[in-house]
Design a protein around this ligand. Structure first.
Ligand code: IDP
Ligand code: MG
Length: 163
């Protein structure tokens, strides 16, 4: 069934991707957005904002018991904005994680965003949903339905066709 995160395992699947404040401050927004665009994914929503502490805490609520949680919330709410996005297309959740790279930059594939630009786990530039359930929660948390666009990029049929 169609949900705010699309339909799992179809071309309508969606992921929440966020360029963190270090990515914005380091002026890497265009390069990062290009990786998703050039792969053929559809930009469904994009906005820049400084998240409130409540929003940042809720986004990372699963990590609330971890020692770095306070610092993580401070980093995300530093006052330098984040760029929050929703991307759509075949396998976007798993592909988004591959484009982003492993959490710890020591383990990130050198071709990934973190592998190319990050050296510290505490400043690893970017977030992407790790599952369909996370994508559903995160898109709902960061965006209203009215902010999510429905359209077809010109090359969509060529990029997404399976047959
Ligand atoms: P992910 O961003 O790759 O999904 P998670 O384990 O969900 O990784 O952790 C969320 C974020 O918390 C990481 O991207 C990173 O910014 C931060 N983080 C995770 N582990 C550490 C740590 O050991 N020290 C500092 N920050 C961490
Ligand atoms: Mg995570």
């Amino acid at each position: 069934a169609k949900t705010i995160a699309g339909e799992k395992g179809t071309v309508s699947e969606r992921s929440f991707v966020m360029i963190k404040p270090d990515g914005v401050s380091r002026q890497l927004v265009g390069k990062i957005v290009s990786r998703f665009e050039e792969r053929g994914y559809k930009l469904v929503a994009i906005k820049s904002l400084t998240p409130s502490p409540a929003l940042a805490k809720e986004h990372y609520i699963d990590l609330a018991s971890r020692p770095f949680y306070g610092g993580l919330v401070k980093y995300i709410t530093s006052g330098t904005p984040v760029v929050a996005m929703v991307w759509e297309g075949k396998d976007i959740i798993r592909q988004g994680r591959r484009i982003v790279g492993a959490t710890n930059p020591l383990e990130s594939d050198p071709g990934s965003v973190r592998g190319q630009y990050a050296v510290s786990v505490g400043r690893n530039l970017i977030h992407a949903s790790d599952s369909f359930e996370s994508a559903t929660k995160e898109i709902d948390l960061w965006f209203s339905e009215a902010e999510l666009s429905s359209y077809e990029p010109t090359a969509w049929g060529w990029v997404m066709a399976d047959n």
